[in-house]
Design a protein around this ligand. Structure first.
Ligand SMILES: Nc1nc2c(c(=O)[nH]1)N[C@@H](CN(C=O)c1ccc(C(=O)N[C@@H](CCC(=O)O)C(=O)O)cc1)CN2
Length: 294
């Protein structure tokens, strides 16, 4: 068997088309959604991601607001930038690009974000709402990568209802919040969260209908660990030098051999990354729609 592709690029493009129409409708009513970004330092990866977010905004008609600070910005300067974005009426929602430089108290910065403007859906108040509201409509922003994974799978006609999902990695942007989304009544999957202290990882992965690999360990999930027909979602990001071009490239947590056993797989790059970006735009548009309906 060769797995079918969960095409993140094409799915994100379709979502952006839908969002463009919704943004046009908002603008007709005089509502202009705006996404803010706070970038600290000159990490090339982070700069690339932030530039991509502003390109996405331009594509769908969302205004962009940028706060860029140098790598030696102090905690106070970063917190002042968060306050400016909280108070800026043109900013519907914003993100603090992670990671922040060493020595900065990231949690303190993130907790300063107005939960109503938390475009990443990672503020404790918004995560707390996810914990509390198992069956209701959620009227606050959802974590972008977990939401993007679910959209990616379901938009390919694969139901997660009743499925056994094994998540690798307990990071704050994917591993920890994805269980909150997958176990909501609307999705109804059963989730096992694994981490570096997990015993018999291979045994757990072998019984999974869906594997979400977000450990950041190149090729961690090998063919012998995968149940035939399983859905493999690769979120891992490791970097290596391409021996042919000499350029840096992204490699995922799923070993290429595993695709011979799986039913579906999300490529990396080209899978979850573009979906994360699309979900960020969706959070901003939904916030603008909610505010304009009040
Ligand atoms: N505040 C946040 N910071 C970070 C997040 C986040 O969700 N919120 N996630 C990552 C970085 N990130 C978005 O910020 C992000 C990473 C990757 C992609 C993406 O589209 N990747 C491409 C491949 C890119 C490459 O080749 O390097 C892909 O997967 O196709 C989008 C967003 C950490 N920080």
């Amino acid at each position: 068997m060769t797995a079918q592709k969960l095409d993140g690029k094409a799915t994100a493009a379709a979502i952006k088309d839908e969002l463009r129409t919704r943004v046009a409708a908002l603008r007709e009513r005089g509502v202009v959604p705006g996404l803010g970004t706070l970038l600290v330092g000159d990490d090339p990866g982070s700069q690339w991601y932030v530039a991509g977010k502003h390109r996405d905004c331009a594509e769908v008609g969302i205004e962009s607001i940028r706060e860029d600070l140098p790598a030696d910005a102090t905690q106070e300067e970063i917190e002042a930038a968060v306050r400016r974005l909280n108070e800026d009426p043109a900013c519907t929602g914003f993100i603090v690009q992670l990671p922040l430089p060493k020595g900065i108290d990231t949690n303190r910065v993130l907790e300063l974000v107005d939960p109503a403007k938390d475009a990443d859906g990672l503020h404790p108040t918004n995560l707390g709402r996810l914990v509390l509201r198992v069956g209701d409509e959620i009227d606050s922003p959802l974590p972008c990568t977990p939401r993007g994974i679910i959209e990616l799978v379901e938009r390919h006609g694969v139901s997660l209802k009743g499925k056994e999902v094994v998540v690798l990695g307990r990071g704050v942007t994917v591993g920890r919040p994805i269980g909150l989304l997958l176990t909501r009544r609307a999705v109804n999957a059963t989730v096992t969260l694994t981490h570096t202290g997990t015993q018999d990882l291979a045994g757990l992965v072998k019984r999974a209908d869906v594997v979400v690999a977000a450990a950041g360990v190149k090729g961690l999930v090998t063919a012998d660990m995968v149940k035939p027909g399983a859905v493999l979602v690769d979120v891992g990001v490791s970097r290596e030098t391409d021996p042919e071009t000499g350029k840096s490239r992204v490699v995922g947590d799923i070993h290429p051999d595993a695709l011979e056993v799986a039913g579906w797989y999300s490529p990396n790059p080209g899978g979850v990354g573009p979906m994360t970006r699309a979900m960020l735009l969706a959070n901003v548009v939904e916030t603008a729609e909610r505010l304009s309906a009040k």
